[in-house]
Every structure is written in C-alpha cells, then in structure tokens.
Write a protein that binds this ligand. Structure first.
Ligand code: PLP
Length: 231
C-alpha cells in the first residue's frame, strides 16, 4: 500500500515539474531502485504497477531477477566489473554504467548473436573524484569509438549528481548531460540514437525532469530503505 501511495505522490511531483517546463509526463519513466529492499518489496513494487526495476549489484540483482524477472524491465545501474558482465548481459534489459572500452569489449563478446545490448554511457558531469563515469569530452569520443562494437546500442546517457542539501545546485549537472546529448545526437550515429537521459534520484528528480530526464531512478522515496533501522 505504501508503495502505491508513494508512487501516486511522485506522479504528482512529476506532473508539476513537467508543467513548469512544458513537458509531457508520459516521457518520464520511473525506475524503482530496489537495491535496499527485499524480494518481497520488489514484488510489491511490480504489483503497484511499476514497470522498471533498478539494481546495482550483480549477485543480489540476479537473485531477484530469477524470482521475479518474468515481469518488468530490468535496469543494471551499478558499476560493472568486466569479469561480472557476462552474468547480466542478455538478462538485464538495460545497462546504465558503460564507461570504458574494456567493458564494451566484454559486452561485445558476450552478447547473443544478432542481438543488441541497450546501454547508457555513464558520464561524470560534476567531475567529483568519487564518482564513476567519463568526462563529457571523453564520453563523446568514447561513443564514436563504440561503432566498433555492433552489439552495443547507446540508448542514452546516465549521470549521478552530487549529493547536496539544496537540490537546485544539481541543475548545472543535469543541464550538462543534456548538452552532451545534443552533441551526440548531432553526430547522427546509427549505433547511438541517444534519446534517453537517465538522471535524477529521490532528492533531485524534479530538477532532473526540468532539465530533460526521461528515466528517473528512485530508491528511498518510492520503495524505501529496509537496511536502515526501522522506526
Ligand atoms: C541508489 C541509487 C539510486 C536511488 O537512490 P535514492 O536516493 O534512494 O533514490 C539511483 N541511482 C543509482 C545509480 C543508485 O545507485
């Protein structure tokens, strides 16, 4: 019941953000990030009508997917070690953390024949050292190079904004990702339509939407966090 309520509230907030910028709320897809919650809670999220599920660890993500994967669209949003990649490729529907050639090689090698793996290239727009992802300039070159890996389809770009008290401070980061998207799209690469922007989390998704997000990734505000002491 709470997930349904949370979802309702989030949908209202999405509508407000869309109204402010003249966007269509149907362009915004909500990924429920279930990394902090149980399989049962993830099942509830699917029952509440959530289509997109996000997991950031290979082992626990696969375990949930084995149990529930008949339903929903599954997004791998965590950083991905090359040696672990084979376990999720051809299983998860989207990978949000493509950030290096060695991983591209591994995806190419492991992808089923004649299929493509839908990837977001992860960009570190803010330049924080603790964050993974390529700088915007590196990302542009990298995306061009990905034409050598026909199994990879660059559906979009992903970023994580710094965690700050005032979400307004994240705006330049989201705007930077949008600007990079414009540059990629100007190249008209058949392997990189790059129509999607995966940006915005519980604390800053309304800003991300105003700046062009098409996938927002919500953990705490939507499905909660069961690893924290319960009140
Ligand atoms: C955990 C996580 C989220 C969700 O974070 P919340 O602040 O709980 O909404 C989104 N994106 C990524 C990549 C994450 O690891």
């Amino acid at each position: 019941m709470t997930i349904k309520k949370n979802l309702q509230k989030i949908k209202e907030q999405i509508e407000v953000a869309c109204q402010r910028t003249g966007r269509d709320p149907n362009e915004i897809k909500v990924i429920a990030v279930t990394k902090y919650v149980s399989e049962q809670t993830t099942r509830e999220a699917l029952h509440a009508g959530i289509e997109h599920i996000g997991e950031n660890r290979v082992d626990s993500g696969l375990k949930k997917m084995d149990a529930l994967g008949e339903q929903g669209t599954w997004h791998f949003i965590g950083s991905l070690q090359s040696r672990k990649a084979k376990e999720i490729i051809n299983k998860f529907h989207y990978i949000h953390s493509l950030d290096r050639v060695s991983l591209a090689k591994e995806i190419q090698k492991r992808a089923s024949e004649n299929s493509t793996v839908k990837c977001f290239v992860q960009v570190n727009v803010s330049g924080e050292e603790s964050k993974s992802g390529l700088s915007p300039a590196e990302a542009l070159t990298f995306i061009e190079e990905l034409s050598d890996y026909p199994a990879i389809q660059v559906v979009g770009l992903m970023t994580m904004a710094p965690f700050v008290d005032d979400p307004e401070e994240t705006r330049p980061v989201f705007r930077g990702l949008k600007e990079l998207q414009d540059k990629v799209q100007a190249l008209q690469l058949s392997h990189a339509p790059c129509n999607e922007l995966s940006m915005g989390m519980s604390n800053d998704f309304h800003i991300a939407i105003e700046e062009g997000a098409t996938y927002i990734r919500l953990g705490t505000s939507l499905v909660g966090n069961e690893t924290l002491p319960q009140k």
